[in-house]
Design a protein around this ligand. Structure first.
Ligand code: MG
Ligand code: ZN
Length: 189
């Protein structure tokens, strides 16, 4: 018998850490306020934690895959110190102008589909958090029904189910994990 998992899909820059543009050094990697609490809340509800990140800086030769991987290992370890287990991190090293098109760069759903297949995830019961419309579109393209935009402004271009100005507004004490799904279902009903 196969059991399907629920997952929370998170963009990296602008969600996990402050987006300073092509972050690839530890000294530039600053965790977003409240991200640890949010991840622990979802983890305690049994969600897998999956990070999906466009890393066009690799295609543009700003940094290498090895540099990305080494920062990534550090990040995963820092999260572990906060009692957060990242199930997996998927990254797209491409950029259309440098490497041609691919099916992993968001808004394409390739990274989400890869995670679904490798980790046995039920996308309809999962949730995505991003700070750009391309994140939301990737979620929509993959069939995720609960997409959360975190941005100073409510960007146009794709319909997200939830919007918060920042992660501090995304308060899971006043808005528990399950209510995110109930509200989204209400919209769909
Ligand atoms: Mg981002
Ligand atoms: Zn790609």
């Amino acid at each position: 018998m196969s059991m399907l998992n629920r997952a929370i899909f998170l963009d990296r820059d602008g969600v996990i850490n402050i987006d300073k543009g092509h972050v690839h050094k530890q000294e530039d990697f600053v965790f977003c306020e409240n991200i640890f609490d949010i991840l622990r809340a979802f983890q305690s509800k049994g969600f897998l934690i999956v990070i999906i990140t466009n890393q066009a800086g690799i295609a543009k030769k700003y940094y290498t895959t090895d540099v990305f991987q080494s920062l990534n290992s550090w990040m995963v370890n820092e999260l572990r110190k906060q009692e957060i287990t990242v199930t997996n991190v998927y990254f797209c090293p491409h950029h259309p102008e440098h490497t041609g098109t691919c099916n992993c760069r968001k808004p394409e759903p390739g990274m989400i589909f890869q995670a679904r297949d490798e980790l046995n995830i039920d996308l309809s019961e999962s949730l995505l958090i991003g700070d750009k419309i391309s994140d939301i579109k990737a979620g929509k393209n993959a069939g995720i029904k609960n997409n959360v935009l975190i941005n100073k402004v409510p960007l146009q271009g794709a319909d997200y189910e939830h919007y918060f100005e920042n992660l501090n507004e995304f308060n899971l004490h006043s808005l528990p994990v399950e209510s995110l799904f109930q509200e989204a279902n209400k919209v769909l009903a």
